[in-house]
Design a protein around this ligand. Sequence first.
Ligand SMILES: Nc1ncnc2c1ncn2[C@@H]1O[C@H](COP(=O)(O)OP(=O)(O)OP(=O)(O)O)[C@@H](O)[C@H]1O
Ligand SMILES: [Mg+2]
Length: 353
Amino acid sequence: MKNQDIAKAARSSRFPKSIFFGYFGALLLLSGVHIALLLGMQRAHFNEILLIHVILIFWALVAGGLTLYTRHQVRKTYELPMLRLADAAAKIAKGDFSVRVEPINDREKFDYLDYMIEDFNKMAAELGSIETLRVDFFSNVSHEIKTPIAVIQNSAEMLKKPDLSEKIRQEYVDTITNAAKRLNTLITNILKLNKLEKQSITPNVSEFDLCDQLVQSALLFESVWEEKGIEFEADIADERRLITADAELLPLVWNNLLSNSFKFTEKGGTVTLREYSGNGKVIVEVQDSGCGMDKQTKKHIFDKFYQGDTSHSTEGNGLGLALALRVLQLTGGEIDVQSEPGRGTKFIVTMNI
Ligand SMILES: Nc1ncnc2c1ncn2[C@@H]1O[C@H](COP(=O)(O)OP(=O)(O)OP(=O)(O)O)[C@@H](O)[C@H]1O
Ligand SMILES: [Mg+2]
């Protein structure tokens, strides 16, 4: 639609009728003046040399006037907007993404210059939001790194005290080990996300059995569901479901969905992993009877570093679902979530077979 508009604007500006009629009218009028001058001077018996000079001066003035008028129009219509655009581009180059350029015409009279200005404004807005994301990303990373480092520093200071009981000493050592593990997971996840976000990464596609992969992922959590007394059910409808996808990336999705379900479900709750297929699609669901999420949380769960449930925020960094989403975008899969506070959560992943 927009491209057609631009083509139409460019076509109609190739022979602007208003300029043609404007110049035609002006030249007719000036020719009239020319004839009137000529007749008037002949009638007054002007000498011929003077007559030619007057006519030449008249047309020189006309040519000068038209040149100045055309120059003024070109400056008003093209040069000034271009200068404003160049000015704005220079500001963006210096890092000011708040600049916007006013279009020249009203929307219904937009020409290709207006479309160019509009696209320029969109580009500036887009660059601005990327910059905000980048700044947010760095402040989040710094925060996530500072917290475990402060914990390690404090515990190490405490360990220096001479007469500590063996139990307390062990507690400090455990705290340090956990904080170091947390740092390790954080850095690993940031590196993974960075790798996945590079446009160049192409999934390493092969054919494999999804059901087997799901069971392997679930088994990683056996100690967690036993320790927390959670009832885990694997409801795998297909005996074997061969799919063509990246067999190394997809476990990131299942592991994170399962880890979230076990993390946000209290003792005695249930977690179900379901798989079924039909209509050329395979569907994987991870459902839990845990704390659930409100609307506000649901809106942000795929944002990097977002953690909705503050009571669990010491576990993880809020990168799991951002990673899962990115993997599914690369694999061509979709993820959906149904959740209500206090009534559990269900994540639904759909992929083509
Ligand atoms: N099954 C679930 N039940 C309730 N809330 C959930 C569930 N899954 C995700 N959430 C919410 O979404 C937020 C983001 O999840 P995400 O997996 O990205 O981060 P995380 O689990 O907190 O940390 P990480 O995955 O880095 O260990 C969680 O902090 C939580 O608030
Ligand atoms: Mg998670």
